[in-house]
Write a new protein. Structure first.
Length: 81
């Protein structure tokens, strides 16, 4: 089995209130030097057999359709070794 990872993040121009709340909490908890935090999602997908270009295309289509809201989020698909 192979693992394909899809990382989903808000586009840079979209406000991230969760990330802002985390960044604020960092300083209150004594973690200094944290300038900004962006919060996202990570999906780990176990696939049977080899991961070829056709399989990656299927996972990209899955990400566009179900995992990410492409109006406000970007995503990256990669094979994890």
């Amino acid at each position: 089995m192979a693992r394909v990872v899809v990382d989903v993040m808000l586009k840079p121009e979209i406000l991230d209130p969760q990330g802002q709340a985390i960044a604020g909490a960092c300083s209150r908890l004594g973690f200094d030097g944290i300038a900004q935090v962006r919060q996202g999602k990570r999906f780990e997908i176990e696939v049977e057999g080899e991961v070829d270009e056709a399989r990656l295309a299927d996972v990209r289509r899955l990400a566009e359709t179900l995992l990410a809201n492409t109006v406000i989020e970007d995503f990256e698909v990669r094979v994890e070794s």
